[in-house]
Design a protein around this ligand. Structure first.
Ligand code: GLA
Length: 369
């Protein structure tokens, strides 16, 4: 073969290689100069998810409406640097302990561990530098999955044990974004991993979510005090604005004078899921009438935090310059109960050497009438 004949072959091979890696681009650099990458997963049915190695953040999630038009339905930023600012935790992996730990302290095996107080007197979402603010190592799959790993050193943010964490995002052709969380430790520890995506099924930045209809498969929830710490009671939702066993518009009862709605400044509560067995079970369903988009959340976790973006206040400008006002998105964070390390009666969040933590959550998208 002559050199001339080889040229087309070289072009084809170059194109093939570029195509294989084209789902990866540089998103930015951390303040210490490390490169942050953005991977775009695509399903054969057209759903797209862009995931950053910084914080494992789901930066965008494009799903079809009833006419087949793709829309980005999660809040976030176009530029990487905005993710370095104080967090609303847009799209991030949250850990080691998603949600709150009262007084930022817990006792395990007779030893008291002290954490950073980054939410009043309490610890929130893993502390000042939680899993949403670290760089994860990426191992791409076939363009539809991404494996992220992180080693959280013994003592990081005050938690015991070297914790080795793997989070795998998989975009399936039936329009499901699946998240698998796995972890092991070399010392007794506690953990509660989740994802903090903010959804607006009408499209990110398209107004508030008060007309979205929500169903939650939960008979009970954990009422909170003014610091949003569970009182320890498991209370029935019956006859309260927290009863979503039948679909209700999110805005229908959000402004009611119910004590819990006042304390939460809206919905910011942990719902205990009705479940049988250990497998994936339906936790929540959200529908949005104009787009026809439907989101179902399935999980192996015992609870889900439903949060209506009460702390968003219009000061954040997100993707495409959209202003994110109060309640412009909702979070459905699958997890264990908040402050479990201080509530022996709650399902345990302890992990011991030799055991493997494994949970799965699926965000399933479809359209309805
Ligand atoms: C969680 C909490 C909220 C709030 C957000 C982040 O969902 O429950 O109270 O802290 O994270 O702003």
């Amino acid at each position: 073969m002559t050199t001339r004949n080889l040229i087309p072959l070289i072009i084809v091979l170059t194109l093939m290689t570029t195509n294989c890696s084209s789902n990866r681009r540089e998103f930015g650099k951390t303040p210490s100069g490390e490169s942050v990458e953005l991977y775009t997963l695509k399903s054969a049915t057209g759903v797209e998810a862009a995931i950053s190695t910084y914080g494992g953040v789901v930066v965008s999630l494009k799903v079809p409406d009833r006419a087949g038009a793709l829309g980005d339905i999660v809040l976030g930023f176009d530029d990487f640097r905005s993710y370095l600012l104080p967090p609303p935790y847009f799209g991030a992996i949250v850990g080691r302990y998603g949600n709150r730990i009262a007084h930022a302290a817990f006792t395990l095996d007779g030893v008291e561990y002290k954490l950073a107080k980054n939410d009043g007197d309490n610890s929130l979402h893993g502390g000042t530098r939680g899993f949403d603010k670290v760089l994860w190592k990426a191992k791409p799959g076939n363009g539809q999955s991404l494996e992220l790993t992180y080693l959280s050193k013994d003592g990081e943010e005050g938690f015991p044990g070297n914790l080795s964490v793997t989070v795998v995002y998989t975009l399936a052709d039936n329009n499901e974004l699946k998240i698998d969380y796995t972890a092991t430790t070399d010392k007794d520890t506690v953990l509660n991993l989740t994802n903090h995506s903010y959804f607006n099924l009408a499209g990110q930045g398209e107004g508030d979510i008060l007309a979205h209809q929500l169903t939650l498969n939960a008979d009970r929830y954990t009422p909170v005090d003014k610091g949003l710490i569970p009182t320890g009671e498991l209370r029935s939702v019956e006859g309260t604005p927290l009863d979503f066993r039948q679909p209700h518009a999110i805005g229908e009862r959000i402004g009611s004078g119910d004590e819990q709605m006042v304390l939460g400044r809206g919905y910011d509560h942990n719902f205990i899921l009705n479940r049988t067995g250990d497998g994936l079970s339906l936790a929540a369903k959200v529908t949005e009438a104009k787009s026809g988009r439907v989101l179902e959340v399935l999980t192996t976790e015992p609870a889900i935090q439903f949060y209506t973006g009460n702390f968003l206040d219009g000061t954040i400008r997100g993707k495409g310059g959209k202003v994110y006002g109060r309640r412009s998105a909702l979070c459905l964070e699958t997890q264990h109960y908040p402050d479990s390390p201080n509530h022996p009666a709650f399902p345990s969040t302890e992990l011991r050497p030799g055991a493997t933590y494994h949970t799965t959550t699926v965000y399933r998208f479809s359209t309805g009438s």
